[in-house]
Design a protein around this ligand. Structure first.
Ligand code: SF4
Length: 205
């Protein structure tokens, strides 16, 4: 329940990794200001019921440790499964795949809202790439990429738009999809709404 005079602050956690310094300081601040800590479904750290009077202090303390905060226009941090070497079925190290995506696109500004990315280390798709706007999973022959999936009350499996793709090809696809979404979107929309456009850049494969 949202309480009057309280708010939440979301710390972005690339690859779902929580740096120990941020964990320690979040714990300390949570005790000091009496707020809660929620691990969000997007794999970020959401500080809940933070007193509004403490927002600035909390952001300053965590920011000094390198924390980046959720905000409009930021490139979405991919949701990951744990991948190789932590899962026996993993074909790729999903943390490394995620960080290479963020190295290439993380500085992109004014990204219009609602786009999400998921990466899975094998075809079991534990991070749900097939029901994500841009979903990527590894196979022994390369990556499969899906576009336009969504969860929620009316879930949809995306369109498979690439098979046996190299990582470089996956990056090219991400760039094309983000550019296309930007051109076709006023403020925010899910990729699924664009799948039926005549000029959608990828056929089903
Ligand atoms: S998708 Fe594959 S690699 Fe990733 S956690 Fe699930 S089984 Fe393991």
């Amino acid at each position: 329940m949202k309480i009057t005079g309280k708010t939440s602050i979301t710390v972005l956690l690339p690859a779902g990794r929580l740096p120990l310094g941020i964990m320690r300081e979040s714990h300390r601040l949570a005790e000091k200001y009496g707020f809660g800590v929620y691990l969000s479904t997007a794999q970020n750290l959401r500080l809940i019921n933070v007193p509004e009077s403490a927002i600035e202090a909390v952001r300053k303390k965590l920011g000094a440790l390198g924390a980046d905060f959720k905000g409009p226009g930021k490139f979405p941090i991919p949701r990951l499964c744990v991948g190789k070497p932590h899962c026996n079925l993993g074909v790729v190290d999903t943390e490394a795949v995620c960080m290479r995506i963020l190295d290439r696109f993380g500085d992109r500004k004014k990204v219009k809202g609602k786009l999400k990315i998921a990466v899975a280390g094998c075809a079991m798709c534990c991070s749900a790439p097939k029901i994500t706007d841009i979903g990527i999973f590894a196979t022994k022959d390369g990556y499969e990429v899906y576009a336009g999936g969504k969860g929620g009350a009316f879930p949809k499996i995306g369109r498979r738009i690439a098979r046996k793709a190299s990582e470089e090809k996956v990056h090219e696809i991400i760039e094309i999809l983000f550019d296309y979404h930007d051109r076709k979107t006023v403020k925010k929309q899910r990729m699924t709404k664009l799948l039926m456009e005549e000029d959608f850049p990828f056929e089903e494969v």
